[in-house]
Every structure is written in structure tokens, then in C-alpha cells.
Ligand binder design. Structure first.
Ligand code: BT5
Length: 326
């Protein structure tokens, strides 16, 4: 975060509505008052509103509704995650942008975030609806020292981080995890996780953790086909959510739980996961690439694999599937 424009914005966010004079900014940042004025114009174009207080300077009246790096940084408590944020108004998919960044060797914890996606995707290239300015459509690139077969466990690590962030920011609902990659509120999908990796046979180069989180949509913002299956945090909380604050909390928990996982293994994550799961103990129908398995979801294993007891008493392990909870 080095540009003059970002530094000006940071000062106004810190000032909490108090006026700052143009001369003071120019002196602090070692630029001319004309330069300050130009950057303020650019901030206004980004959606920030200011007014002028006689003899005192400018005052920030309202923040932009965008998820820019500076707003997230004001709430960030992490050591690595989110220290570099690539923010876009529109991309095809944050996963695609992240893949390109990995090729150019980007740092652990780099985030790609977009106000909307034209080709957002879920697992198996299913489309992901990414309403403009309403959600958190983001990919974080991390470089944990783990083996390729451990990558799917990061979906569960991420789910636990999302649950903790939602609980911290919202009070009026209880989110739960549907194995493996959905966050539900009152039975409807509020977020989905897509974990991809760039790896050699025995070594992970990078994980790309994509999260689509419905934050501030109203019911009418969802396309017809999602009306009965999707919800947003704001719908369930009955209040709009500060997306930048939420992203910062989410990155904080994700870094904390990723570090625990890398140091101590899956066991501590498993405990947190089970406490937030709405799948275990339910009758489920799991559609895998090869078969459909029906029965009771009895738990996840020490490595995060779902176990289902079928009507004949046989216990089947499910590594990846779409789950219907009945
Ligand atoms: C997922 O896939 O749930 C993973 C979604 C990951 C999206 C993020 S956004 C940032 C990053 N960049 C990307 O391009 N992707 C990631 P899956 O389990 O396959 O679920 C997909 C299904 O969820 C679709 O077939 C729809 O039925 C439903 N769906 C689509 N958009 C939705 C939305 N906004 N809210 C709730 N459900 C949705």
C-alpha cells in the first residue's frame, strides 16, 4: 500500500470524520496541494464523499462501497494473509487471475478480490452468481508446506474460518457447514468454497482458496433459479454488513487455522469442524462422480473424509461429492 492516493485515504479513515487540511496532507506526504486535490478527485470517483469545513480542510463523509485494499487494511490483524490485495471492479474469475499471479511468483497470502465476476465458477465449472458489489468474491493464494493429497483438507480449514468470521460479525443467525464446501444459514447456501492447487507430484507450489460469500444481497438480487437455495448474511442478520471488516476477520481466522493445521495436523481443525457441521448425524444422499450413496453421515475421518453408513450397515468413505441432506 504505497500510492499517495492510498495514503491520503488511510489518513481520512484514521481521522474518523475529523477534518484534515490540504496543506497538512501535502506537508506530511511531501507532495503539492494540487497533487492532493487530484488524488481527492480520484477518491471521489471511487465513491468516497468529502465535504469542506471552512478553514479546516476536508472531511470524509462516507466511505466507498468498494472492497479496496485500504479499507480492508484498516481492520487487518494478520502477519501474512491479505498484505497484498489485488482489487478489481470486474474480472472473469478471481481463480483465473490468481492462476496468472502464481505464474509470476506471488507471495504467500496474496488476495485477489473483485466487485463482480463474469465467469465465476464453482466445482466442476458450475456457474457462480457474483452480484455486483454485494458479495465477497475472492481468492487467496497460500503456500503451505503440505503434500498434494492434503489439499482437500484446506476446504474444511476454510469452512471453519468462515464460520468463525460470520459468528464474530453477525449475531442473529447460526451458520453451519455442509460437507465439504458449503456454508448454510437456515438450510440455504450463503457461501461456497473452491480449493484448487498448483502442484508437482510430491510438492504443492500454491493453493488457491476461492470463496464466494453472499454478504449484502437482498432476495431479489439472486437469479430465479437460486431463490429457494441461496441466502445472504444481510438477509439473515436483517442488517447490511461491512464487507471490509468481514474480509479482515475472515483472513485473520484463515491464517490462524491454517497455521494450526500446518503445525499440529488436522485433529484440532476436526474438532472445530464437527462443532459447526450440519451434516453429521443426518440422512444424506451423496452424489459422487461414480455412484450415489445414501445413508447416515456418521462423521469425518482423521483426514476429513466423510463416512456414510448405508441401509445394509456398510460404511462408505466419500472423498468428494454433492450432498443432499434429507
Ligand atoms: C461452490 O461450488 O460452492 C464454490 C463456489 C466458489 C466461488 C468463488 S467466488 C471467488 C472464486 N472465483 C471463482 O470463480 N470461484 C470462487 P459448488 O459446490 O459447485 O456449487 C455451485 C452451485 O452453487 C451452483 O451450481 C448453484 O446451484 C449454486 N450457486 C451459484 N451461485 C450461488 C450463490 N451466489 N449463492 C448460493 N448458491 C449459488
Amino acid at each position: 500500500m504505497t500510492s499517495i492516493k492510498d495514503k491520503i485515504l488511510q489518513r481520512f479513515l484514521e481521522a474518523g470524520g475529523e477534518p484534515i487540511s490540504g496543506q497538512q496532507l501535502a506537508d506530511e506526504l511531501l507532495v503539492s496541494r494540487t497533487a492532493i486535490w487530484k488524488h481527492m478527485k480520484a477518491l471521489q470517483q471511487d465513491g468516497y464523499t468529502f465535504d469542506t469545513v471552512k478553514k479546516k480542510g476536508y472531511r470524509l463523509l462516507a466511505k466507498s462501497n468498494k472492497l479496496d485494499e485500504v479499507q480492508i487494511a484498516t481492520h487487518l490483524t494478520t502477519a501474512r494473509y491479505g498484505h497484498k490485495i489485488h482489487h478489481y471492479d470486474e474480472v472473469d474469475s478471481t481463480q483465473i487471475v490468481a492462476h496468472e499471479l502464481i505464474r509470476s511468483g506471488t507471495a504467500d497470502g496474496t488476495v485477489v478480490i473483485a466487485e463482480t465476476q463474469t465467469a465465476g465458477r464453482g466445482r466442476m465449472q458450475r456457474p457462480w452468481d457474483s452480484a455486483q458489489g454485494r458479495g465477497v468474491w475472492m481468492t487467496i493464494i497460500i503456500r503451505p508446506n503440505i503434500l498434494p493429497h492434503q489439499a482437500p483438507q484446506f476446504t474444511l480449514v476454510t469452512a471453519v474460518a468462515l464460520i468463525h468470521a460470520m459468528r464474530e460479525v453477525c449475531q442473529n443467525f447460526t451458520p453451519s457447514i455442509k460437507w465439504p464446501n458449503d456454508i448454510l444459514i437456515n438450510g440455504k447456501k450463503c457461501a461456497g468454497i473452491l480449493t484448487e492447487m498448483v502442484a508437482e507430484a510430491d510438492r504443492i507450489q500454491a493453493l488457491l482458496i476461492g470463496t464466494g460469500i453472499n454478504v449484502n444481497q437482498e432476495q431479489g438480487d439472486f437469479p430465479e433459479e437460486l431463490h429457494h437455495i441461496a441466502t445472504s448474511m444481510a438477509i439473515e442478520e436483517s442488517e447490511k454488513i461491512d464487507r471490509a471488516l468481514f474480509v479482515a476477520k475472515y483472513l485473520g481466522y484463515l491464517e490462524q487455522f491454517s497455521d494450526i493445521y500446518v503445525k499440529e495436523g488436522f485433529a484440532p481443525i476436526k474438532t472445530l469442524w464437527e462443532e459447526a457441521s450440519s451434516t453429521i448425524g443426518k440422512h444424506v444422499r451423496a452424489t459422487t462422480l461414480r455412484e450415489v450413496i445414501e445413508g447416515e453421515a456418521i462423521g469425518i475421518t482423521e483426514v476429513g473424509v466423510l463416512e456414510i453408513r448405508t441401509a445394509t450397515g456398510e460404511i462408505k468413505s466419500v472423498y468428494s461429492a454433492d450432498i443432499e441432506v434429507q
